[in-house]
Design a protein around this ligand. Structure first.
Ligand code: NAD
Length: 348
């Protein structure tokens, strides 16, 4: 019997879209990139040309693609403020949905996405690729096996090199860097602690905005989050973007019986020392596609596997919703200069 091939329509042919197009085209024999949607003709043609998508399968809207092309699933990689409308439209048309983080702008949008997918009986997977990174998933398994005992404190950092695009640094269109840069950390700390957030306190700072001519209201490029979890555990998240020195994503978990660290800044095991430099030089990670190359491939493989086997995804709408709740509590915390209980956000 021929192996099934799941046809995917990619919506949003930008930075993240190209990473997923690469996984679908070059790494997953049981999937095909059947169509691309982007409101920008330049972006959809660039992706179409790069990944061999027929010119007749490049569309300006999801509605047009659903009318003219055949596919079972969508991968949504558009800016956050478009997520809810696109995910709900796709789910109502019975397309399985892979949705990039941050899930949406607010909890009402998250609820609409979750309800649409549940009513249509389609899969909803969130783009938290760190859960599929070999190092992060090995650590999670070892924590769950009890190797360091009950986690007491989890500290996660993401420092990224470049200034995010304008929509991604504006609270109104993205919820800012706490969402755009640190969504992965919100998910990671909750996943590894095995508990939901109860209270958060956030301080932010703006070091490089003026030099980068950023006049977006409430812009910040540094954020430090303190978290109390429902199970009594503590957590922290640090976000810096742009940080200039490279791409840095690391986690430390301290348990009652040990400590575990995930990740390193060093991107290669090559070290060089010359008379000229008088010091050790080693390549570091420069970009997120490079650092999480396997995470992106594995998460897409998981999505296709779950569709074909009728299984539920390891990371779904509830996880995406909690990360959004954390971001909303964190944003309220720095705007109002006080700790914020999640109960305030969940009952809004
Ligand atoms: N998982 C990760 O590590 C990761 C990394 C980067 C970005 N992302 C997420 O991916 C999403 C996109 O980010 P990006 O950096 O790729 O953005 P981007 O700006 O590079 O690309 C977005 C693309 O979407 C298109 N678009 C906008 N509105 C659209 C619509 N209504 N229909 C179709 N196309 C539309 C734009 O023309 C653009 O080509 C965001 O949610 C972001 O947070 C995730």
């Amino acid at each position: 019997m021929k192996n099934p091939v799941t046809r995917v329509c990619l919506v949003g042919a930008g930075r993240a879209g190209n990473v997923h197009a690469n996984s679908l085209t070059h790494h997953l024999p049981n999937a095909s990139l059947a169509a691309v949607v982007d409101t920008s003709a330049g972006a959809r043609d660039a992706m179409g040309d790069a990944f061999g998508i027929d010119p007749g399968s490049r569309f300006a809207s999801l509605e047009q693609a659903m009318e003219s092309a055949h596919f079972e699933a969508v991968v949504i990689t558009t800016p956050t403020f478009t997520h809810a409308a696109l995910a709900v439209t796709a789910a109502k048309a019975r397309k399985h949905v892979f949705l990039e983080k941050p899930m949406a702008l607010n909890l009402a949008e998250c609820d609409a996405i979750i309800a649409s997918a549940a009513q249509a009986g389609v899969l909803l997977q969130l783009g938290f690729m760190r859960r599929f990174d070999p190092e992060f998933s090995a650590a999670a398994q070892r924590i769950q096996a009890g190797e360091i005992g009950q986690p007491m404190m989890v500290k996660s950092l993401t420092h990224g090199p470049g200034l995010p695009p304008p929509w991604a640094r504006d609270l109104r269109t993205s919820n800012g860097a706490l969402a755009e840069v640190n969504s992965h950390d919100w998910d990671t700390v909750r996943w590894l602690m095995g508990s939901n957030y109860e209270r958060v306190y956030v301080e932010v700072a703006n070091f490089k905005g003026p030099a980068n001519h950023v006049d977006t209201p409430h812009f910040y490029d540094n954020a430090l989050v303190s978290i109390r979890f429902e199970n009594g555990g503590l957590g922290s998240i640090s976000g810096i973007c742009p940080c200039q020195y490279g791409y840095d994503a690391r986690v430390e978990i301290v348990g009652e019986e040990g400590i575990m660290q995930i990740g390193k800044l060093q991107g290669q095991a090559v070290w060089v020392c010359t008379n000229r430099d008088q010091g050790l030089i080693t390549p570091i990670y420069r970009t997120w596609p490079e650092r999480f190359a396997w995470g992106y491939i594995n998460e897409m493989a998981h999505f296709i596997h779950c569709i074909q086997k009728g299984e539920g995804p390891a990371v779904g709408g509830v996880d995406g919703r909690w990360a959004v709740a954390g971001v909303l509590a964190g944003t309220r915390s720095f705007l109002e200069e006080r700790p914020v209980k999640l109960s305030e956000i969940l009952t809004d």
